[in-house]
Structures are given as structure tokens and as C-alpha cells.
Design a protein around this ligand. Structure first.
Ligand SMILES: [Zn+2]
Length: 295
């Protein structure tokens, strides 16, 4: 079964059940550690930009500082763990880390990484952030403990098992004849336009979420909702699902709470370079460049 498209990496979910085996793998000097600190990933010094993967041996005593450990999977057969270094302790000067790289925000460096590397770091970031935010049970308030290699947190009070969550969100490029609709949120950098986006709500299909978001934000009815591609977006825990959709209605009615502008762009408009697109690694960018290339 295809478990992952990350190059040379498998999540090996079947290994999460065996605590003793995982403890042995975490004690092996050659096992891989992806360190995080203050929600930042360690990025290797030099070019090209890539993650700094350390071994358990290289981490040494740093692994005993008590942060959350998550078994991510096997990297070409070698166990790979994410490890959260304590945020209250200065880590920039730790020799084992400093000689390998710097801690960076994945949102800032993601566009410089290869896709499979960015996804591996997103996995580590998403899991460790989930652990930081779920130390207590949402049902009874009791303390929770990490289980199954960090893929479950068990409540010590009511025994409820908590699982990492992923929040589905949609992005949609709306097409009318030979133009597509791009919009601006007030928080966007100058000149940037992007596709419409929003979260899927409880009890709603993804297709309905696409239609609702377009209607709410720009007042258009869409047909031919067509799935394109997805992208994990661990800021903090979204999965972006990309679509295109058609509309016969050219007249946009803006939701001023969400958007400050929305316009129809032809492929030639988008090729002028006057419009700033979302970052190259983003799903929004993919949807826009796919539209440009399709005509
Ligand atoms: Zn509980």
C-alpha cells in the first residue's frame, strides 16, 4: 500500500503499537531526529535549503530534556523521530545544533525546500504542536499522556483517547469564460491577489463548502466543482484542498468583511507580472499557474 509520497519515507503506522520496539529504536545511535524548538524547524546551513536531520547519537544529552517525542516513520528503513526541545531553554548556542543549522519558521523557508522535505517538516511541526496544545483532556480537564509513538494522547482521568486533528479547508479558482477570479484580503502584501479560501464546516461536504464560500465571499453560484490537488498546511493543522469551479455570472458582490477587492483576470493579465501571486510552493499558486498554462 502506498503510505506516503515523501521520497524514501514511510509512516510505518504498524510500528506505533509496540512501545518496547519504539523505545529500542529511539535508543539506537543511528536513528534520525528532526529537532524543533519554539515551533521552528532546524534548517541545515548552506545551499540548497534542506532540513537538518540529526542522529540520536549526535543529539546526545539533548534528547533527555523532556520534550515530546513522536515516531514519524522510517526513512529508508531507519526510524525517524520528531523531538520538541524545551522552549524555556536557549538552544541557538547548543553546539550539536548550531554546527548543523538554524531554527527557522517553516512558513518562511517552506518555499525554498523540496516538496518532500517541506512535507516531512510539516508533519513534525504539526504533530509536536498538537502535543503542546493537548496536554489536558477536552472532556474532563485531566492530564493526558502520549501513547503509540506520539500518535494518541490518553487522558489519565477519563481514559478518553485524543487523536491529532486535521482541519479541511478549501481553495477554489473560479473561472468565467476565459478569465479567473482572484481576490485580495486586507492582510495580503501589496499587489498580491489569490484564490478564494475557507474552512469546511461540520456537517458539510467539501463540494458544498466550495459553493458556500464562493457565494458568501463574492456572491456567485458555481458549477463543475473540480478537484485539483491537496497540500498539508500545518499552521496549525489544516489540509488545503484545491478546486476549480465555473460560473456564468460575471457580477461580483464582495463580502467586505473578508475581502477588499476581487477581479477577473485573463491569462494575459496574469502574465504581465503586475499581479503578485501567493508563494511558489503554495496550493493557491499552483491553481493560478495551472489556469495560466491551460489556455
Ligand atoms: Zn479526560
Amino acid at each position: 500500500m502506498l503510505q506516503s509520497v515523501v521520497k524514501g519515507f514511510t509512516r510505518a503506522g504498524e510500528l506505533r503499537q509496540d512501545d518496547a520496539d519504539l523505545a529500542n529504536r529511539l535508543a539506537e545511535a543511528s536513528s534520525i531526529v528532526i529537532p524543533m524548538w519554539r515551533n521552528r524547524n532546524l534548517i541545515a546551513t548552506g545551499r540548497p535549503t534542506k532540513p537538518a536531520l540529526l542522529t540520536v547519537g549526535e543529539m546526545g544529552d539533548l534528547l533527555g530534556l523532556g520534550g515530546a517525542v513522536v515516531f514519524l516513520g522510517l526513512f529508508e528503513g531507519v526510524a525517524c523521530f520528531a523531538y520538541d526541545l524545551p522552549p524555556d531553554r536557549e538552544m541557538n548556542d547548543e553546539p550539536a545544533l548550531a554546527e548543523r543549522g538554524d531554527f527557522n519558521d517553516l512558513r518562511m523557508v517552506g518555499s525554498l525546500l523540496k516538496t518532500h522535505d517541506a512535507e516531512l517538516l510539516a508533519y513534525a511541526r504539526g504533530m509536536l504542536q498538537w502535543h503542546r496544545h493537548h496536554r489536558f483532556c477536552a472532556r474532563c480537564g485531566g492530564e493526558t499522556r502520549s501513547k503509540q509513538g506520539g500518535h494518541v494522547r490518553l487522558c489519565l482521568g477519563c481514559e478518553k483517547r485524543h487523536f491529532p486533528r486535521t482541519d479541511p479547508a478549501i481553495m477554489v479558482l473560479v473561472v468565467h469564460e476565459d478569465t479567473c477570479l482572484l481576490a485580495r484580503q486586507p492582510t495580503f502584501p501589496d499587489g498580491m491577489f489569490s484564490v478564494l479560501a475557507g474552512f469546511v464546516e461540520p456537517g458539510e461536504s467539501i463540494e458544498d463548502a466550495v459553493a458556500r464560500e464562493v457565494r458568501e465571499e463574492v456572491g456567485l453560484d458555481v458549477t463543475d466543482v473540480c478537484y485539483a490537488k491537496s497540500q498539508p498546511w500545518p499552521f496549525p493543522s489544516s489540509l488545503m484542498l484545491g478546486f476549480s469551479a465555473q460560473t456564468e455570472q460575471p457580477n461580483v458582490v464582495l463580502d467586505r468583511e473578508e475581502l477588499e477587492d476581487a477581479r477577473w483576470f485573463s491569462r494575459d493579465d496574469l502574465r504581465t507580472g503586475e499581479i503578485v501571486f501567493p508563494p511558489p510552493f503554495s496550493l493557491a499558486n499552483h491553481l493560478i499557474t495551472r489556469f495560466i498554462g491551460s489556455g
